[in-house]
Structures are given as structure tokens and as C-alpha cells.
Design a protein around this ligand. Structure first.
Ligand SMILES: NC(=O)c1ccc[n+]([C@@H]2O[C@H](COP(=O)([O-])OP(=O)(O)OC[C@H]3O[C@@H](n4cnc5c(N)ncnc54)[C@H](OP(=O)(O)O)[C@@H]3O)[C@@H](O)[C@H]2O)c1
Length: 299
């Protein structure tokens, strides 16, 4: 049995599908166990149970590997980054207590326990906790994950399709290194079969400045939008107005800081092969055709 957190979500869905394809049994832990199960009998379902460590331990008992995708994009209500960090630590503790053989953890490029950005700091704290847990582990650090179910690139493209102007915070020279969700899933599933502890960036072969990325997305959908460079604070105001209009959280202050801080790019060699530019050419008819609301997806 393999445990995948979030098999009805984005990355977890690809990991579960690949495990299933390779004949492995999968149980998912999820915050929304009553959602339709796209895998049918192929994937068992259990709730996260982060508040009940005994029940959580029972749900992963006997598992060979745990694949953890659980994290939050931004804090909301009681679910802060500190709480999310505690939740992942609870999962790691349960995995150690129940004798899980391998813990595969999806982190983020430039995760750092001393980061001023709570998302990156929490990821860094969790990485250290896992490394010191005594579990055999693999840590994979993607930057931006692209695929048909992604939110960020879809919503940028949705705006490019619809509006005559697109605002870019700062000079747009900061970089991003997208990785295809299928490549990330393969790296994760392959890493489960290795013995040695592993900690790698999961990044694709192309690096774009943000200006280049937006221009590529615009070309893909033949957008004629003008790009306007604005200060990060103006971008944040616009993002908040837009979030109001869409009843969503489109972009946060910390996401702008992470993007502009060059944190979504790796210092190491690429570990994945799918090129965003080629994938976009194949998916030009679907990318950005509708707005994807993070909050509606989680409702
Ligand atoms: N997407 C990216 O571009 C990107 C970039 C870098 C790193 N990452 C990392 O890659 C991993 C997978 O990302 P993803 O985009 O594929 O995630 P996802 O599928 O949207 O969510 C992964 C898991 O986290 C849970 N989750 C997410 N937001 C939550 C919230 N607000 N409240 C409660 N549970 C929540 C989901 O719960 P349910 O099971 O209930 O759906 C799911 O189990 C994450 O650890 C993320 O930090 C993602």
C-alpha cells in the first residue's frame, strides 16, 4: 500500500495515477474525502485526521511509502502556515511510528527555515524535520508546476485572452523554471524505489524571465495585450481588487515577493525533460479558457 496525500488534487492525482499504472495499491489522505473518486476502486480514501494522530497512524499503517503533497498556498482562518507545518510534522511522526519505508515529500525550490516568507520558511522547517526524523526520505523541490489542472499559468493566460492590458510587478527580469506535473510525479514515484536519502530540485529544462513567460503565454493564445510594468504595491492593490471581483485570492503579497525574489528557479541542473514551450503549443486550445478559482476549487 502507498499513501498519497491529495490524490484528488493536482500533483497527487498524477502520483496516484502513475502508482496505479505500475500496479501499486494507493490510499489517499484528503481534506475532502467525500469528493467523487476519479480512480473508482483503484484508490482507497481516508481523511487527513491531523487532529487525531492515532487515527492518522491507523490510516497509514502497513504503508510502504508515503507521498506527501499537502501544503497550503496562503493562510486562511485557522489554517496558518504554522498549522500546516505542524500537520506535516504529525504525518511524518505517524509514518515513523508505523514503520513506513520511504517518505517522499514535495517541497519548493529555495525552501529555507530562515526565509522571511512563511511559505518557504514552513517548507524549510518541514524539510529539516523530515531529514532528522530517521525515516528514509526523498525531498523533491518544484518551482512552478505546469499541467492542465494548474492555476497560476492558466489564470495569467485567461487574463491575457480577455484584457487589453496585463500588469507585471517590477521589471519582470526575475526568473521561473517550470516543471511538468507528469515529470514531477515520475520523479516522485521513481524516488520511492531508491534507498539513499535524496534531496533535489524538480525543475524543467527551460528558464524564463517573468517577462519572457508572459510573452510566451501571450503568443500561445495570440493575445494582443499590452504589458505594463507596475510597482509591487500597485500590483498587490490590483490583485486585491481582482480577488474581490472573482471572490478568490488571485495573488498574495508573499507570492509577489517570492516571484520577484528569484525563488522559483533552481541553482542546479534540470531534473525534468518536458519543455513548457512545447507543452503550450500542444495545449494552446485549453490553456486559460476559463478562470480557475482556488477558493471555489477548495469549497
Ligand atoms: N502548484 C505549484 O505550482 C507548486 C509549486 C511549487 C511547489 N508546490 C508544492 O507542491 C505540492 C503540491 O501542490 P499542488 O498545487 O499539486 O497542491 P494541491 O493538489 O492543490 O493540494 C495538495 C494537498 O494539499 C491540500 N490542501 C491544499 N490547500 C489546502 C487548504 N487550503 N486547506 C486544506 N488542505 C489543502 C489538498 O487537500 P485536498 O486533498 O482536500 O484537496 C491536497 O491534499 C505542495 O506541497 C506545494 O506546496 C506547488
Amino acid at each position: 500500500m502507498n499513501i498519497v496525500t491529495g490524490a484528488f488534487g493536482y500533483t497527487g492525482r498524477y502520483i496516484a495515477a502513475l502508482l496505479h499504472e505500475r500496479g501499486a495499491k494507493v490510499r489517499t489522505l484528503t481534506g475532502r474525502p467525500n469528493r467523487p473518486n476519479a480512480f473508482g476502486d483503484g484508490v482507497e480514501v481516508a481523511p487527513f485526521n491531523f487532529d487525531d494522530p492515532e487515527a492518522l497512524a491507523r490510516s497509514i499503517e502497513g504503508a510502504k511509502a508515503v507521498f506527501n503533497t499537502y501544503w497550503i498556498r496562503f493562510p486562511r482562518g485557522e489554517l496558518t502556515f504554522e498549522r500546516a507545518t505542524t500537520n506535516v510534522k504529525t504525518l511524518i511522526d505517524a509514518a515513523r511510528r508505523t514503520g513506513v519505508s520511504r517518505f517522499i515529500h514535495i517541497s519548493i525550490t529555495n525552501a529555507c527555515a530562515e526565509s522571511p516568507l512563511p511559505y518557504f520558511r514552513g517548507k524549510g522547517v518541514v524539510e529539516q524535520y523530515l531529514m532528522n526524523s530517521g525515516l528514509s526520505y526523498a525531498i523533491l523541490r518544484p518551482a512552478i508546476i505546469f499541467g492542465r489542472e494548474d492555476i497560476l499559468l492558466h489564470n495569467i493566460t485567461w487574463m491575457l485572452r480577455r484584457f487589453p492590458l496585463f500588469t507585471i510587478p517590477g521589471d519582470g527580469s526575475y526568473r521561473v523554471q517550470p516543471v511538468f506535473v507528469g515529470d514531477l510525479a515520475k520523479l516522485a514515484v521513481d524516488a520511492a524505489n531508491e534507498q539513499l536519502d535524496l534531496s533535489i530540485d524538480a525543475v524543467g529544462p527551460e528558464i524564463f524571465t517573468f517577462n519572457e513567460l508572459v510573452a510566451l503565454l501571450a503568443r500561445t493564445v495570440a493575445s494582443k495585450a499590452w504589458f505594463v510594468h507596475v510597482s509591487p504595491s500597485v500590483e498587490l492593490i490590483l490583485a486585491r481588487v481582482f480577488s474581490r471581483l472573482t471572490a478568490d485570492v488571485t495573488l498574495t503579497r508573499d507570492e509577489i515577493r517570492g516571484l520577484m525574489g528569484d525563488l522559483l528557479v533552481s541553482k542546479s541542473a534540470p531534473t525534468a525533460t518536458t519543455r513548457l514551450s512545447e507543452w503550450l503549443a500542444r495545449n494552446a486550445d485549453v490553456i486559460g479558457t476559463r478562470y480557475r478559482s482556488e477558493l471555489s476549487l477548495r469549497a
